[in-house]
Design a protein around this ligand. Structure first.
Ligand SMILES: O=C(O)CCC(=O)C(=O)O
Ligand SMILES: [Fe+2]
Length: 351
């Protein structure tokens, strides 16, 4: 059987093979549903929602801005957040360390390679067991909260500033989540403490991705279409290369990264907590023909007294309650099979 270690591919190998050759190794070539679907045309104008945090917080403008995060979460499940107030030095340090890490030779990155059966570390994480194809990406996944759950041996020691940068960045993302939740609570009509409480002190994990440039982007996929299984995702573009696409009513919409913004999206747990009011939407990444692309993706967990279930304030439950641990297991199982776990939790109330 192929070991996890065999799946670690160096950026040098990938770009070396593909910038000079017209042939893409079979294990990356995707002809499956991953590449299906219509992408919105270049001539069609569309706007993904943008929320300005400074306007939200300013009493003069907050009334006009306050409807935006809620409607973005209901209609798109995604928005870009500008003026988020996260310390710029901390963001820049995280970006610099990400670039430096992915720029290391493969042998060095292997110091933190994922182990057989493990979840954390460097390698190919997102490809499906059921399809045996690889995504055009190398990734590093780590648990950042709770602190005692950190597996420091998977936190890169090279570059030497990486761990400190991530420690600080992780805290900033938890704080930002706590600042955002009250706006969502008032949109939903639930007590602020109720929603904030489902996130506060819960787990957090991070995925760093690098998508090398690809001469034949039409043949491969950066990340297979998926829904995010946790509660809230906060994505930082390390560069200005586009690639992320969000699906709405069957059409794929490319996200055009705004300078300095974070991309926020609703994960499955938040869809369940909000009893389906907020949408966890499918998204994917396509590589760029000219440039590599790196992202830092923070996943915030949430639960109600150890359970994943709709907030009782939001009416008759549309999803069955499940223990968080069981939820995580089910989510991984479904991801490997290419199904969506949330579907199996839906309650059919009949008519
Ligand atoms: O890198 C991106 O743009 C998206 C990553 C993503 O969807 C994920 O890590 O779940
Ligand atoms: Fe995702």
């Amino acid at each position: 059987m192929e070991s996890v270690g065999d799946k670690v591919i160096s950026r040098a190998q990938i770009t070396g093979t593909f910038t000079d050759s017209t042939v893409i190794p079979d294990r990356y070539v995707r002809s499956d549903e991953a590449r299906d679907g219509v992408v919105v045309g270049d001539d069609e104008s569309y706007e993904l929602p943008v929320v300005d945090m400074a306007r939200l917080l300013d009493p003069e403008s907050s009334e006009a801005e306050v409807a935006k995060p809620g409607s973005a979460c209901r209609d798109w499940g995604f928005f870009q957040l500008t003026n988020h107030g996260v310390d710029e030095t901390i963001v820049q340090d995280m970006k610099d360390n990400t670039v430096q890490f992915f720029g290391l030779p493969l042998e060095k990155k292997k110091a933190v390679a994922i182990q057989a059966g493990g979840l954390e570390g460097f390698g190919h994480h997102y490809s499906r067991a059921s399809c045996e194809k690889l995504d055009w990406a190398e990734s590093l996944i780590l648990v950042t909260e709770h602190k005692e759950q950190r597996n420091i041996r998977f936190w890169p020691a090279d570059p030497s500033t990486f761990r400190d940068a991530l420690d600080k960045y992780s805290m900033e993302m938890s704080d930002l989540t706590s600042r955002l939740m009250p706006f969502m609570a008032s949109d939903l009509g639930v007590e602020q403490e109720t929603l904030v409480g489902t996130f506060q002190g819960k787990k957090q994990s991070v995925a760093f991705h690098y998508y090398p440039q690809c001469r034949h982007p039409e043949k491969v996929i950066g990340i297979t279409p998926h829904h995010d299984g946790l509660a809230l995702t906060l994505l930082l573009h390390v560069d200005d290369t586009p690639g992320l696409q969000v699906r709405k009513n069957g059409t794929w919409y490319p996200v055009k990264p705004l300078p300095g913004a974070l991309v926020i999206n609703v994960g499955d747990i938040l869809q369940i907590l909000t009893n389906g009011t907020y949408k966890s939407v499918e998204h994917r990444v396509l590589p760029d023909v000219e440039k590599g692309r790196a992202t830092v993706v923070m996943f915030q967990h949430a639960c109600v007294a150890g359970m994943v279930k709709p907030l009782p304030e939001l009416g008759e439950a549309a999803y069955r309650a499940i223990e968080k641990v069981e939820y995580i297991k089910g989510n991984f199982r479904a991801l490997a099979e290419g199904t969506w776990f949330v579907d199996s939790l839906k309650i059919n109330h009949g008519t």
